[in-house]
Design a protein around this ligand. Structure first.
Ligand code: NAP
Length: 170
């Protein structure tokens, strides 16, 4: 299972149920990585998308405790266990955890690869990703080098979770 997120210097990811900044290069990267895959998200992240609509050309799996919740074009699950049951139906395909904070935290230990767009900036925020530089087992496997969108400097980092990767290899 993979995870993909854009974070600032403080590992902030969002404010008022929206992203911190619009970065077209990062949106393109996100689209290229996740198209054709299963994307797993919390209900609030789904509702943060334009029109509250699922992402095109992906299987959108949405977590909510609300049994009456429905969203056209999305697969709804109601618990961590329900999520893993549902994911068995998509066996073999790539799965990306796409947020938000609560879902990243819940599934971090299940992931072997994290695609992190690290922004060289600090924003006011109310949602955060766990600091992978302080998380045991996680290490940077690749670094795109510095990129720019206007004044915003950022880099595409790939982190690997040594613990999960070694379990897969066994
Ligand atoms: N920078 C990035 O890459 C990135 C990516 C995605 C999101 N974000 C940001 O993250 C923020 C949202 O994060 P968030 O933590 O507030 O919301 P979230 O994780 O998107 O959604 C939280 C909701 O998901 C449901 N949920 C989570 N775990 C569940 C479980 N185990 N069982 C059943 N339902 C579960 C609950 O829905 P119910 O309340 O309906 O029960 C919960 O309220 C926003 O600011 C968004 O823009 C940033």
């Amino acid at each position: 299972m993979n995870l993909i997120a854009a974070v600032d210097q403080n590992w902030a990811i969002g404010k008022d149920n929206g992203l911190l900044v619009k970065n077209p290069a990062d949106m393109k990267f996100f689209r290229e990585k996740t198209t054709g895959c299963v994307v797993v998200m919390g209900r609030k992240t789904l509702e943060s998308f334009p029109g509250g609509l699922p992402l095109k050309n992906r299987v959108n799996v949405v977590l909510t405790a609300n049994r009456g919740y429905s969203a056209k074009g999305a697969v709804i699950v109601h618990s961590r266990e329900g999520l893993f049951e549902k994911l068995k139906e998509y066996g073999g395909g790539e799965i990306f955890v796409i947020g938000g904070e609560s879902v990243y935290r819940m599934l971090l230990d299940e992931c072997d690869t994290a695609y992190i767009t690290k922004m060289d900036a600090k924003f006011e925020a109310d949602a955060f990703f766990p600091n992978l530089d302080e998380q045991e087992g996680w290490e940077i496997a690749s670094d795109s080098g510095e990129k720019r969108h206007g004044d915003l400097k950022f880099r595409f980092l790939t982190y690997q979770n040594r613990r999960v990767s070694s379990e897969i290899a066994e």
